[in-house]
Ligand binder design. Sequence first.
Ligand SMILES: *Cc1c(COP(=O)(O)O)cnc(C)c1O
Length: 401
Amino acid sequence: MSLKELLGVEPVINGAGTLTRLGGMPLDEEVLDAMAAAGRENARIEDVQAAAGKYLADVCGAEAGYVTAGAAAGLTVGAAACMAGLSPAAMDQLPDTTGLKDEIIVQRAHVTAYSHALRVSGAKLIDVGYVGYPGQGITWGWQVEAAITERTAAIFYSVGSAKGIVELPELVEIGRRHNVPLIVDAAAALPPKSNLKYFIEQGADLVTFSGGKAIGGPQASGILVGRKDLIESVALQHQDMDVYPETWTWRSDYIDTNKLPGPPHHGLGRPMKVGKEEIAGLVVALRRFLDADDEKELQRQRDVLLTIADHLTDCPARVEMEEPALPGPGYPVLKIYLETSGDTRKAAADLVNGLMDNGRPVAVSQGPMWDGAVAVLPTALKTSDAAVAGRRIAEELDRLR
Ligand SMILES: *Cc1c(COP(=O)(O)O)cnc(C)c1O
């Protein structure tokens, strides 16, 4: 059964990467089988989470791990953990942060559309520094340090290509000196595989990755790894907590030991619940991601892009293949610079829209639109779709002549 048959929705050939608005990665059969198998049975979800969390912790070299409903959900529940710790009263109170440490320090270049996910927890972002290079502006360690107060709950770092930032080692050092946890958004920082361990090795306290991007797991899955006490707080605020103290699964850990006065109720993470299907799918996808032959996949990606480039030789565009550049995209990219008359930025927008609206829908990246270009990203693009994508792009470029 296809989406077309089920809902009448046209499938899209995806040359725009693992974007959430296009549904991320097409899932492998093995991942789909795992999800189907999990869907046929019942189990205590906390047991499924615990087993998966142990695997994620092993893979990332962290004390503990948890499956979230995506990297953004990981930021929300991670922030909640930094504010509430192991206090059921604080968990019950969130997102009202009255009386709690509720400030998360963010350098200005890391105030992204995704840092909103931190604020969903009730936390306030305290942004410091400037955006850019010395001369026009930069963020310094002393600016981060000066913002730390008794209300500071965490420091935030977003992995990306921003320049002039306080880098991770210095941020870790500042956080440790003041006993403030560091949350790292590494949602899209894969490949390389080594990044699964890298941020924890550097000293981050919580790190979040998307399950539905390069890992190839279900769209609504993510990885959160880090300090055991913080992941415990995440679990307590994320599990279904319609429980009695006497029969609660975790009574021997938390009630019998007087670690908690009683189980918390449904927490801030409850609306971001994760099903056993997502957990199973993510685990299998991560195994496949780790076992994959990177060189072979890279070659497949290059071949896909070259097939497309072959169709564009007579078009009003200059085509350039960019090799993977770390830090930055861990895959090759085909840049298509428009050589049409008039405003090339507008032509790039017309190309993006034309590819989606006329004939077989093809998505390309609008990322370089300001340079009068579009990009084809190979990560979610099937080899079997490359020729059609090339023909469609040539067709739409011809219309813009
Ligand atoms: C994609 C992305 C997210 C959100 O990840 P989801 O798994 O879709 O929730 C957060 N931060 C950054 C930098 C991202 O690229």
